[in-house]
Design a binder for this molecule. Structure first.
Ligand SMILES: Nc1ncnc2c1ncn2[C@@H]1O[C@H](COP(=O)(O)OP(=O)(O)OP(=O)(O)O)[C@@H](O)[C@H]1O
Ligand SMILES: [Mg+2]
Length: 208
């Protein structure tokens, strides 16, 4: 469902990621481990079609991303990919429910207030629908970011450093949440981190 082949990713002329083959089957949960600067975010951005491969091929959720134009790529990403970025990028001026409503809106899908309410309830955030991101704890904001990422039931769920700055209990909870939400959507999950605490929770690990 996700395949990166013969990738040489350069920023200007500098090589940032070199990867012969990374094959992820549908529904699998993968951990991408690597030190700071090893190319984890670069790999996730390639998989999400946020970055074009400077060399090599990226296939994800049924598409060869190099063959899609910008508009088609945006449409594909909106419907097929859920992203939990490292800096959560919740929209500060919108409340939690409105942040979740952005996901279907940006993908050109019908409003899904019931789905948002169901997710917030499942994540213990039912009473936070009207709160602004600044009024949330870090753990709560992170759960909102996961909820936003799975709003459209993506085929591919990508999370970048979802456990940074979390204590052991919150680290376990964040990974549980990603894995359980991926299972609920039938999504393929790729988590990138330098946090070795995540290692024991994944059978499939790519070391960069
Ligand atoms: N936009 C950019 N322009 C130039 N170089 C970049 C850019 N983004 C990343 N790089 C470089 O590419 C390499 C890989 O970066 P990347 O962000 O993918 O690493 P990472 O594994 O996610 O690191 P971290 O754990 O610190 O988040 C690094 O050497 C980085 O300096
Ligand atoms: Mg990174």
């Amino acid at each position: 469902m996700l395949s990166l082949s013969a990738i040489r990713q350069r920023y200007r002329s500098r090589l940032a990621l070199s990867l012969e083959q990374f094959e992820v089957g549908a529904g699998e949960h993968w951990l991408v481990l690597g030190a700071s600067g090893s190319g984890k975010t670069t790999l996730l951005n390639l998989a999400a079609g946020l970055l074009r491969a400077t060399e090599g091929t990226v296939r994800a959720a049924g598409e060869d991303l190099g063959c899609l134009g910008e508009a088609a790529l945006d449409r594909w990403r909106g419907r097929q990919v859920g992203i939990v970025p490292q800096k959560l990028h919740l929209v500060a001026s919108l409340n939690v429910a409105q942040n979740l409503a952005l996901a279907p809106w940006l993908a050109g899908l019908p409003p899904a207030a019931a789905r948002a309410a169901e997710l917030l309830a499942a994540l213990g955030l039912a009473d936070k629908a009207g709160a602004r991101p600044a009024q949330l704890s870090h753990g709560q904001a992170q759960r909102v970011a996961v909820a936003r990422a799975v709003m459209n039931r993506p085929a591919l769920l990508l999370a970048d450093e979802p456990t940074s700055n979390l204590d052991d209990a919150a680290c376990a909870a964040a990974l549980d949440l990603l894995q359980s939400q991926a299972r609920d959507c039938g999504a393929t999950l790729v988590v990138a981190t330098h946090d070795r605490r995540a290692r024991e929770r994944f059978e499939k690990v790519l070391q960069l």
